[in-house]
Structure formats: structure tokens, C-alpha cells
Write a protein that binds this ligand. Structure first.
Ligand SMILES: *Cc1c(COP(=O)(O)O)cnc(C)c1O
Length: 405
């Protein structure tokens, strides 16, 4: 397998892709087109984590954390910079789902309240909506897509009324290359004064995401996907005004302080949503990954990642017997496709045989999209900035061979 591929100068001119690949051990072994699953760690991130584990073993876990306090704080500051917030508006979690749960389950719902969401909402979020609807008598309303397949913002504006308690939207779905019009959604929710919970798990780290530009009230993301952080990391961003209507759904010694009698006081800012014990190796690894993303620049990262996704989608679309299924006007680095001649699982297995990492979408994890489009499972290919044009073309060639009857 020829892994020493071209430097990719035509997309993302400012990046030294070869140097970035040398700093990414996994690129020597696989063509990694599964960044929507988990991005490859850079050497810097890996070394940051292993150094902390060594330190824990050498001097003790609490002592190692004390010694690393500044860099732990820096992780909050870097995450805040990444999305245009402030460090005290960030809470760290072990994944995006727990971050999202901390926001969603901290809201109060009553019978007749409405939760508005989109067709492309993430599977676990949908299950949480359904649970809370069953428990409280709230109602889940799915906002239709427009003709392009993104959230129809005019329909959203019409559906919002005085029963609407929350608008929960996935920025980029897990099941395709759609980028929802989140700034327009933010304008609608702000005008109506309704909380906007944005699941940015697939967008943060892939292209620029700015909470002020979007106008969301709560944002969640994971570390391991396009941010290239370690597995087992995630975060929540909370607009300060949202603290007025959120009652953290768990209380423990990191979330609040005992007031010495029968009461307690929540921690200031978003820290009230955290729990005490965390993996500091993971937190520091996440910090290293975010620092690297900031150094490279999210504009540059986004241009190259989305550029590679566009190249891949266009070339796959041109192959007879192959169809891509990404919705919307704006599309990103996630590409979903089907080969007429072969079941999706077999396509993914065949690509794995060629050293190409991809995954498949799951109809049960994208419920409202499955209701609308009977297309899943699809093969999901998700390049990132450290992939090369030659890798993209190699993947297209491999799919082309599979598509021949
Ligand atoms: C992966 C994903 C999640 C869940 O993230 P975890 O870190 O695995 O909890 C949530 N939303 C979307 C859109 C995702 O793709």
C-alpha cells in the first residue's frame, strides 16, 4: 500500500500536510477516513497524555494533578477560545452525550411543553426527548426539512409558540454531510426567547464554530472526533443567562459547596455541571489537541477538511453504480454513499481490507432521518485535514472496483 502520497497543496495552501502526517503516527498504517468516528491522535497529544500517566505513577495521582493545575486550567481557556466563549462557561465531561445530558436533563418540562428538534437529530438525543416526554407529558415536535434537506427555518419560526421550551438541533448529523443553518436557527430562537441547545459534536474541530455568531444558549461537543483529542472527553458550553433556568440534575462535591447548615451553593458558572473525578491524562490530551487546532487555525482546518470532503463526494457521485446521500445546502467533510451492487456492510469490510478506515450509518441512531429517508445504512467516509488528495482518490478507486457488477 502506497502511503507516501502527495502533499495536498491544492486544498488548504497554508498547511504542511506532510509534516502534519509525520506528527500523526496512524497515517503510516491506515488511510483514516473515519474522523467522524474518532480522529487520529497527534504525537503531541499522545505524548502529553503518556507523560501525565508516567507522572501519576511516579508521584501519585492527586500530586500529579496539583502539579498540572495550570495546564488543566489552560484546557478550559483553549476550549473557550475555540468556540468564542469564556473559560467559566465550559464544563468538562467524558463524552458529548454526558455533556448534552447535563444540559437537557437540567431543564424543567411540564405537560403540554414542546421540544422542537430536527430530522437529523442524533439518536441518543432523540431517546432522551422521548423519555422526558413520557415522564413529563411534554411533546416532541420534529421540524420539517426544507427542499435541500436542512432544517426549514421558516417552518421552525412558525412552529415556535408559547408552549415551546426548547429547540434542540444537531449542527452536523452523525449520519451525513449536512451542515444545518445554525446562525439562522439562532436568530429565530433569540427572537422568540426560546433556549437553543446545539449538538456540535461533529462540527467542533472540523470547521469554525462560534457561539456568538450562532446565538445558541448551550453547546456540546466531543474530544475524539474532528478535534483529534483522546477518547473519553467532551464538553458543554453554557451561556451565563441559561444558568437561571437550568437546575443541575445531579449535585455532588464538585458541583456545589455545603453552606454549613442544611443548604448548599452551586459553583459559579458552568462548573456546577461537572463531577469531581476526571481523567487528567485525558483532560491534558484534550488541551493539547485544542491547542494544536488553534495553532493551525480553524479557518484553515475547515477549508481543507471540507475541501477534501467535497472532492470525495464529487468523485464518488461520478462513479456509475454509486450514489451519495448528503443533504443540505452546505456540506462538510462527512460523505455518505451506497454502492448498488453490494450491501453497505460488505463495502465497509472491503475498504477495511484495503487499509481504508470507514464506518456505516445505523438506521436506529438517526431515527427521524430514517423515518424520512429509507436509505440507511450508508457507508460513511470522513476525511480530515491531514488526509491527502491521493488517499481520497485511492478510496474512490477502491469503491469504483466494488461498484462494477
Ligand atoms: C458522536 C455524536 C454524539 C455523541 O458523542 P459521544 O462523545 O460519543 O457521546 C452526539 N451527537 C452527534 C451528532 C454525534 O455524531
Amino acid at each position: 500500500m502506497d502511503m507516501d502520497m502527495n502533499s495536498g497543496r491544492d486544498i488548504g495552501m497554508g498547511m504542511d500536510v506532510e509534516a502534519l502526517r509525520r506528527d500523526t503516527p496512524g497515517t503510516a498504517n491506515r488511510m483514516h477516513l473515519n474522523n467522524a468516528g474518532a480522529g487520529l491522535l497527534s504525537r503531541r497529544t499522545l505524548e502529553t497524555m503518556t507523560a501525565h500517566l508516567e507522572l501519576e505513577a511516579a508521584i501519585g495521582g492527586y500530586e500529579a494533578a496539583d502539579q498540572s493545575r495550570d495546564r488543566v486550567d489552560a484546557t478550559y481557556a483553549q476550549l473557550a477560545r475555540l468556540i468564542g466563549g469564556r473559560p467559566d462557561e465550559i464544563a468538562l465531561f467524558d463524552n458529548s452525550t454526558h455533556a448534552w445530558n447535563a444540559a437537557f436533563y437540567s431543564m424543567a418540562f411540564r405537560p403540554g411543553d414542546r421540544i422542537l428538534t430536527g430530522r437529523s437529530e442524533y439518536g441518543s438525543n432523540v431517546l432522551a426527548y422521548l423519555q422526558i416526554a413520557a415522564r413529563t407529558g411534554a411533546e416532541v415536535v420534529v421540524v420539517p426539512n426544507d427542499a435541500s434537506g436542512q432544517v426549514d427555518t421558516a417552518a421552525l419560526a412558525n412552529l415556535i409558540d408559547d408552549r415551546t421550551r426548547l429547540v434542540g438541533i444537531s449542527h452536523v448529523p452523525t449520519s451525513g454531510g449536512l451542515v444545518n443553518p445554525v446562525a439562522e436557527i439562532g436568530r429565530v430562537t433569540r427572537a422568540a426567547g426560546v433556549p437553543f441547545l446545539l449538538d456540535a459534536t461533529q462540527s467542533v474541530g472540523q470547521f469554525p464554530v462560534d457561539v456568538a455568531e450562532i446565538g445558541c444558549d448551550l453547546l456540546t461537543a466531543t474530544g475524539r472526533k474532528f478535534l483529534r483529542g483522546p477518547r473519553g472527553t467532551g464538553f458543554l458550553w453554557v451561556r451565563p443567562e441559561a444558568l437561571e433556568y437550568l437546575e443541575p440534575y445531579v449535585n455532588e462535591v464538585a458541583a456545589s459547596t455545603w453552606d454549613g447548615r442544611r443548604g448548599f451553593t452551586w459553583q459559579a458558572g458552568a462548573r456546577r455541571f461537572e463531577t469531581w473525578e476526571v481523567s487528567y491524562a485525558n483532560v491534558l490530551g484534550l488541551g493539547a489537541a485544542v491547542e494544536q487546532a488553534l495553532e493551525l487555525g480553524m479557518d484553515e482546518i475547515g477549508r481543507r477538511a471540507v475541501g477534501l470532503g467535497t472532492r470525495l463526494r464529487e468523485r464518488l457521485d461520478a462513479v456509475p453504480g454509486v450514489t451519495t446521500y448528503d443533504l443540505g445546502q452546505d456540506r462538510c467533510a462527512i460523505v455518505t454513499a451506497k454502492v448498488d451492487a453490494l450491501p453497505t456492510a460488505e463495502v465497509a469490510a472491503a475498504l477495511a481490507g484495503h487499509g481504508i478506515n470507514v464506518t456505516t450509518t445505523d438506521p436506529l441512531q438517526t431515527q427521524f432521518d430514517t423515518e424520512e429517508r429509507d436509505v440507511h445504512p450508508l457507508v460513511r467516509l470522513s476525511p480530515h485535514y491531514y488526509n491527502t488528495e491521493a488517499e481520497i482518490d485511492h478510496a474512490v478507486e477502491a469503491v469504483t472496483k466494488l461498484a462494477r457488477p
